[in-house]
Design a protein around this ligand. Sequence first.
Ligand SMILES: [Zn+2]
Ligand SMILES: [Zn+2]
Ligand SMILES: [Zn+2]
Length: 107
Amino acid sequence: MEKTRAQVTCAFCRGTGRSRGAVCQVCRGAGTVALSSPTRRCVYCRGSGLQQRGSALTCGVCRGVGWVTVEEDAVPCPSCRGTGVEPESKLPCLTCRGKGVIAAEKA
Ligand SMILES: [Zn+2]
Ligand SMILES: [Zn+2]
Ligand SMILES: [Zn+2]
């Protein structure tokens, strides 16, 4: 099946193409990033693109884009209940890799 591409606004620079006085490292100055469809807002960083609030580091799940590619038939991850976070370590959930959803066939 052919994957369609979605153009999403870069969360790290909020579509400006610049971050902290330099060209945005996530979108390389474009302001948008092309992802395979369907896309979903990254639950791990809540779409901020940042590893932590106020952090200058990019989210490890979406790499700073704020959006992730998910499966066509995605369902909420049973391990993290859709939060994308491991309850103990606060690291990205190992089952869904921080996306909060997994393919229905793997659920
Ligand atoms: Zn950017
Ligand atoms: Zn993220
Ligand atoms: Zn999960």
